[in-house]
Design a protein around this ligand. Sequence first.
Ligand SMILES: Cc1cc2nc3c(=O)[nH]c(=O)nc-3n(C[C@H](O)[C@H](O)[C@H](O)COP(=O)(O)OP(=O)(O)OC[C@H]3O[C@@H](n4cnc5c(N)ncnc54)[C@H](O)[C@@H]3O)c2cc1C
Ligand code: SF4
Length: 258
Amino acid sequence: MWSDTPFGWHSLLSVALNLHLLDPREVIAGAETAYHTGAAPLAAVEGFVRQVLGWREFIRGVYFLEMPGLTEANHFGHQRPLPRWYWTGNTNMACLADAIDQTMKLGYAHHIQRLMVTGLFSLLAGLDPKQVAAWYLAVYVDAVEWAELPNVAGMALYADGGRFTSKPYIASGAYIHRMSNYCTGCRYAPDRASAAKTLRPLCPFTVLYWAFLDRHETALAANPRTGLMAKSVARLAPEAREKIRADADELLSRIESL
Ligand SMILES: Cc1cc2nc3c(=O)[nH]c(=O)nc-3n(C[C@H](O)[C@H](O)[C@H](O)COP(=O)(O)OP(=O)(O)OC[C@H]3O[C@@H](n4cnc5c(N)ncnc54)[C@H](O)[C@@H]3O)c2cc1C
Ligand code: SF4
């Protein structure tokens, strides 16, 4: 993820595919031809075909298997309303400001922005899955419910309790820092060391990530893919865990001005 790089190296094909202006087989055949003529390397073609033939078709299958229950799915019982800045991008969190601003201007954000910026914040902040799903359906030009809802309720929010994902996609601000240049220009610092060094407040993603680990330690410990995360919070002293909870509550009490 990089500021002022809304499309990156993505194909921008989802709208044409979802509107049936392009057949997925045509797209895959085009990619195969690019490989055979030497115009694209195998790794790129394999990854792209996997998105179209693998993920897109799989998501369509999930929709038909899981509906109509998916619209009501709320595994964690999250109820918090969507902050108003989801509609404006007017927030001090640089990653969210960038992803939402480009979404409002272009109707587009690429997969990692959808999953690991707006989706991740929605999960960590305990936003109501129905409101989050309605937002995704409203703002993206490629949004059709069969493609949108499994990605939002299943992948981003784990609202279905993991019917097709093996763990919730959770991460702290350090992940976004590794995967982007957003944190450099942000009012917040992604981790405790850089917060102490630069005197910036600690990143809300990081505060809420630790509170999520604290809340769900037992379930995370029982899953081999998240066991290590559970251990990192289990090691903390009771006072440290109390502070994590208090910091998260304080932060969420002023969610509209973050
Ligand atoms: C929270 C969330 C909401 C999403 N909502 C939608 C949506 O409403 N409509 C939609 O078409 N996609 C959705 N996606 C999937 C994916 O993010 C978009 O298909 C992709 O960003 C579209 O941009 P692109 O065409 O440049 O894709 P590229 O990154 O170039 O990928 C190529 C193609 O692969 C297909 N694809 C890749 N991943 C997925 C996936 N997980 N689900 C379905 N198709 C996939 C798409 O058809 C896409 O055009 C969502 C993902 C998340 C995490
Ligand atoms: S410090 Fe946190 S809020 Fe700011 S850009 Fe990085 S991840 Fe986003």
